[in-house]
Design a protein around this ligand. Structure first.
Ligand SMILES: Nc1nc2c(ncn2[C@@H]2O[C@H](COP(=O)(O)OP(=O)(O)OP(=O)(O)O)[C@@H](O)[C@H]2O)c(=O)[nH]1
Length: 364
């Protein structure tokens, strides 16, 4: 496990996603125009034979690669690997201007998860780049309907760390409120920003990096603040078995639920256990869970109390991609119980909780 103070000099890679026409290219353009924008290399992925998006990014330099053959989310992983290697190689040989960050703009129909996995799955690349942040743009006018009707839109929002609400300048108050409500139901942990009133765009999108050990603590504080609004399923391994309504050990009350027409119900919930967690056993359980249901587990964030450690272990998974767990030197708050937040689709929270309980109790 990495220590929180460990320096990570790999190049941070931001995945910029968002449904068709939601404002990805516009946001990218703004980011590239920031003071530090010159240090960004860009990979643009476009659908179809004719690539246009890159033409709209006016500040494109030689540090831009356009992947034209379709969607990197499914068939283009090799192109993405090759593109990234090419960028790094050209930089190292002095053929292009130096850069210290890469932004990958996906197509409007991409599932960003395989991109994260591509970064992780290539041993050579993994030494040079790391996933830094997943940003999704959401159209304030049409976002609520898109999230409900399009699986792609919902998955992009559920997986993201930062959600940028666009077109609030032209959306009605009601449309914006509806979209915000829907976003909150799909991903209550994400930071939601308004593209039209973002003052320090760069800082808000890049400086707090959920996967960077140095800013991990503030990121954890952020989603812990949101935890009270997420229903917690107490593990029966807590000290004293929890008796919820109907005499059950698990209390399920008012956790976030949302309906997506294509892919089934999305639910956000947290499991809390008061006893320290046997890390090895937990890791085996988690791997098995992700192996079996990775596609239906959209996001996991956790703070784990592991025996013998001074601070908690931070867990971050995007579907079946697990970021190497990191140790924090100290707990961010008084609460030292393990808390694991899940965003799932079409999976029963109670069953996940039961399966964890069973697995841990067998090992006791
Ligand atoms: N008024 C307003 N228009 C916006 C905003 N963001 C984007 N747009 C407009 O919305 C349209 C689509 O924006 P793009 O940035 O091309 O969206 P995209 O997500 O890159 O689109 P695709 O690549 O086709 O999926 C353009 O006409 C933009 O000028 C915003 O915050 N306010």
């Amino acid at each position: 496990m990495e220590g929180v103070r460990g320096m990570d000099d790999r190049i941070p890679v931001t995945v910029l996603t968002g449904f068709l026409g939601s404002g990805k290219t516009t946001l990218l353009q703004r980011l590239l125009s920031c003071e530090d924008g010159a240090g960004v290399a860009v990979i643009v992925n476009e659908l179809g034979e004719v690539s246009l998006d890159h033409l709209f990014v006016q500040k494109l330099t030689e540090s831009t690669i356009v992947l034209k053959n379709g969607c990197i989310c499914c068939t283009m992983r090799e192109d993405l690997q090759t593109g990234l290697r090419e960028l790094i190689d050209n930089r190292d040989r002095g053929l292009i201007a130096p850069f210290d960050r890469v932004v990958i703009e996906t197509t409007g129909l991409a599932d960003p998860t395989p991109i994260a996995m591509t970064l992780d799955g290539d041993l050579l690349l993994k030494r040079q780049v790391r996933l830094a942040n997943i940003i999704a743009t959401i159209d304030a006018m049409f976002g609520a309907d898109q999230l409900r009707e399009h699986e792609e839109s919902m998955r992009q929002a559920a997986i993201a760390d930062r959600l940028v609400l666009t077109k609030t300048d032209i959306a009605s108050k009601e449309e914006t409120a509806r979209t915000r409500e829907k976003i909150h139901a799909v991903n209550p942990m994400a930071v939601v920003l308004d593209a039209c009133s973002l003052e320090s765009l760069w800082t808000q999108l890049f400086d707090i990096d959920p996967f960077d050990p140095r800013t991990k603590s503030s990121e954890v504080q952020h989603w812990l603040k949101r935890l009270p609004s997420i229903e917690v399923l107490k593990s029966s391994r807590s000290s004293g078995r929890y008796q919820g309504k109907n005499g059950k050990n698990v209390m399920i009350r008012g956790y976030h639920k949302d309906k997506n027409e294509e892919g089934g119900e999305i639910q956000t919930f947290a499991i809390r256990t008061e006893k320290p967690l046997n890390w090895t056993a937990f890791a085996i359980w988690l791997s098995a869970l992700l192996h079996r249901h990775g596609n239906r587990i959209l996001r996991i964030k956790g703070l784990l109390n592991v025996p013998g450690a001074l601070g908690p272990v931070v867990l971050n998974a995007v579907q079946s991609h697990i970021t190497p767990p990191m140790h924090l030197d100290e707990w961010p708050d008084e609460d030292h119980t393990s808390r694991i937040v899940f965003i799932v689709q079409g999976l029963s929270p109670g069953l996940i909780q039961k399966s964890l309980d069973c697995f841990l109790s067998v090992l006791e």
